[in-house]
Ligand binder design. Structure first.
Ligand code: NAD
Length: 481
């Protein structure tokens, strides 16, 4: 037993907030210009302490109309007539500028979203740049992508994104659309508009023709205005299954292409031959990365019965070392929940777990007095009927279930309305392949979790949506094929 009096404490190592170059106010970006929106501006707040960060313009219906018309003009007049190599040149410029401003973007993202700086610095921003680099490379090679000799773009794409990976989701949407020759109107989530507006600055500085990219900020009504506008040829939506379904209904009678990236309730499956320490790291990364606010989070741990106690004991020991607190501190592992509404949802679902008979556990950790905080939480004795095993919590809450045979693991893993991702931990390569073939999930990770690469397609089955983002497959969503 370690003598706790000899454990070294971490000294605070906060990143400076000045690096974010926060401005008092931000404007929408339409037709290559920044301007006020037609609706009342709103304040975006820091979820870690509830203080306002900046005032953000809110687009009105006329702004959405202007943005879509500007995108149409840019599509017909310039962008669709440029060579792939020229489009690629612009995308490379954006990629390099994202890299150059990476520190600023990382701090800004952590301030607006609440995620630890370690993640925004090492994951969100580098991956966003990587997406622009990757699709820049495709722009002049579309005829070799397997979609025919001269694949054509769709036209104007309306793109609506959530708050969990604000800049990264913007990159996932904009990069393939532009590479294929489309123009875009992007709507960031209402609680995290800042990095998308800095990306608009980067796009303006990269000299993209006006109207090729437009960024309109605001809430659901702005999203609805984009979806219902007859000037869009394509809607790409990432967000909740509920809203995704309503968008699909709204587009039912229209000739508008649609891709949906929705929720998830992934199984992370640990077999008895898996190396326990690595599996525990994968479980932690699977559900506590980004406070569990990840559509493909490994929120259901399926562990083989013979090693269940060993794995859960080891997991709990590991969780006692997680550092929860200031997102700007470079030692922080778990930051703040993005909004009061999301925190209320996580709390409500966690309470249902206790009410329905599961056993709740959290490591001892002192949560800050202000802001939206939720301690990492593990539920054991979970049954498949419990809400915490069925519903997407989108927070740092893990439900542990057990299985005896591979067949039972597959049955339980697939017993969900979702189908976005899954994880398999085992020493046997043959078992990995057999499991991957039977799991109804768009991505199956083996002996790792939450691993992303711009070259790898990502997307769902069933209520997790349809269409793929990333890789060669991601081009199809923006081509008339
Ligand atoms: P949300 O559906 O409430 O909002 C997502 C976006 O849609 C926001 O920009 C919002 O303003 C907009 N919106 C809301 N109502 C709308 C409407 N009626 N019409 C048009 N736009 C509308 O989701 P959220 O709470 O912001 O995000 C969390 C959800 O996103 C989770 O369910 C998560 O699983 C999912 N998600 C999925 C992926 C994926 O790739 N599959 C990635 C990240 C998040």
């Amino acid at each position: 037993m370690a003598d706790m009096s000899k454990v070294f404490e971490y000294a605070p190592a906060p990143e400076s907030r000045d690096i974010a170059r926060l401005k008092p106010s931000y404007q929408i970006f339409v037709n290559g210009e920044f301007r006020d929106g037609g609706s009342e501006p709103v304040k975006t707040i820091n979820p870690a302490d509830e203080t306002p960060l900046a005032e953000v313009a809110e687009a009105g219906p006329a702004d959405v109309d202007d943005a879509i018309r500007a995108a149409r003009r840019a599509y017909e007049g310039v962008w669709s007539t440029l060579s792939g190599a020229s489009r690629g040149k612009y995308l490379y410029r954006i990629a390099r500028a994202v890299q150059e401003r990476a520190r600023e973007l990382a701090v800004l993202e952590s301030l607006d979203n609440g995620k630890p700086i370690r993640e925004s610095r090492d994951v969100d921003i580098p991956l966003a740049a990587a997406h622009f680099f990757y699709y820049a490379g495709w722009a002049d090679k579309l005829e070799h992508a397997g979609f025919g000799p001269a694949p054509r773009p769709l036209g104007v794409a309306g793109q609506i994104i959530p708050w969990n990976f604000p800049l990264l989701m913007a990159a996932w949407k904009i990069a393939p659309a532009l590479a294929c020759g489309n123009t875009v109107v992007l709507k960031p989530a209402e609680t995290t508009p800042l990095t998308a507006l800095v990306l608009a600055e980067i796009i303006a500085e990269a000299d993209l023709p006006p109207g090729v990219v437009n960024v309109v900020t605001g809430g659901p009504s702005v999203g609805q205005a984009i979806v219902s506008h007859d000037g869009v040829d394509k809607i790409a939506f990432t967000g909740s299954t509920e809203v995704g379904k309503s968008i699909q209904r709204a587009l039912a009678a229209r000739d508008t292409k649609l891709t949906l990236e929705l929720g998830g309730k992934a199984a992370n499956i640990v077999f008895d031959d898996a190396p326990v320490d690595q599996a525990v790291e994968g479980i932690v990364n699977g559900i506590f990365f980004n406070q569990g606010q990840v559509c493909c989070a490994g929120s259901r741990l399926l562990v083989q019965e013979s090693v269940a106690d060993e794995v859960t004991d080891s997991l709990k020991r590991r969780l006692t070392t997680l550092r929860v607190g200031d997102p700007l501190d470079k030692n922080t592992d778990v930051g703040a929940i993005n909004s009061a509404a999301q925190l209320a949802r996580v709390r409500e679902l966690a309470e249902s777990g206790t009410e329905e008979g599961a056993v709740r556990w959290s490591p001892p950790c002192e949560l800050p007095g202000r802001g939206y905080w939720f301690a990492p939480t593990v539920f054991t004795d979970v049954s498949q009927a419990h809400r915490i095993a069925r519903e997407e919590i989108f927070g740092p809450v893990l439900s542990v279930l057990t299985f005896r045979t591979p067949d039972e693991a597959v049955l339980k893993a697939n017993n969900t309305a979702y189908g976005l991702s899954a994880g398999v931990w085992t020493e046997k390569g043959s078992r990995i392949l057999a499991m991957a073939a039977r799991l109804r999930a768009g991505v199956v990770w083996a002996n790792t979790f939450n691993k992303f690469d711009p070259a790898a397609p990502f997307g769902g089955y069933k209520e997790s949506g349809f269409g793929r983002e990333g890789g060669r497959h991601g081009l199809e969503a923006y081509l008339d094929v």
